[in-house]
Write a protein that binds this ligand. Structure first.
Ligand SMILES: [Zn+2]
Length: 157
């Protein structure tokens, strides 16, 4: 405190001037100022404490939220990856099945084709045989009929 009387700078706690002995502040003022000072310091420390708590809380919140979000993102990614892997597996299975079915189909197709070709060949052979037999029969028929007709004609004559 600066003395009003002599201007000497005294310690804040002093009630009387160190140099001239002047009563520095009236009792009420002094108590008021100390009270105010105390309150201010309390508020300051409280503010500091609060700030620290807020800072710590923010950091903790950030850590928790960030960590959990990263964890969940990872979890999500893991589950998605698992899903993708399972889907890829299914897809592979399906492609394998399709391949198998195609192979079977082509196999059966070729086997059917072969069988059909074989049957066609047999059919043709049989048809040829039938034609031959028919020719033979018709040959016999024509010969017999011609003979009969000649017989007939000769008989009619
Ligand atoms: Zn003084």
């Amino acid at each position: 405190m600066i003395c009003k009387n002599c201007g000497h700078e005294n310690d804040d706690r002093r009630r009387y001037c160190e140099k001239c002995g002047e009563y520095l502040y009236p009792e009420e003022d002094f108590t008021e100022t100390t009270k105010v000072h105390k309150v201010q310091t309390v508020v300051k420390t409280d503010k500091k404490k609060v700030f620290h708590y807020v800072l710590i809380g923010m950091i903790v919140t950030l850590l928790v939220v960030g960590g959990s979000s990263i964890y969940f993102m990872n979890q999500l990614r893991v589950s998605k990856n698992a899903e993708i892997a399972s889907l890829e597996k299914k897809n592979q299975k399906l492609t394998k099945q399709v391949k198998k079915l195609k192979q079977q189909q082509s196999k059966s197709d070729t086997s059917y084709d072969k069988e059909i070709a074989k049957l066609n060949k047999e059919n043709k052979e049989q048809a040829q045989k039938i034609v031959e037999l028919q020719e033979q029969l018709s040959g016999q028929d024509t010969s017999s009929s011609s003979s009969s007709s000649t017989k007939k004609s000769s008989s009619s004559d």
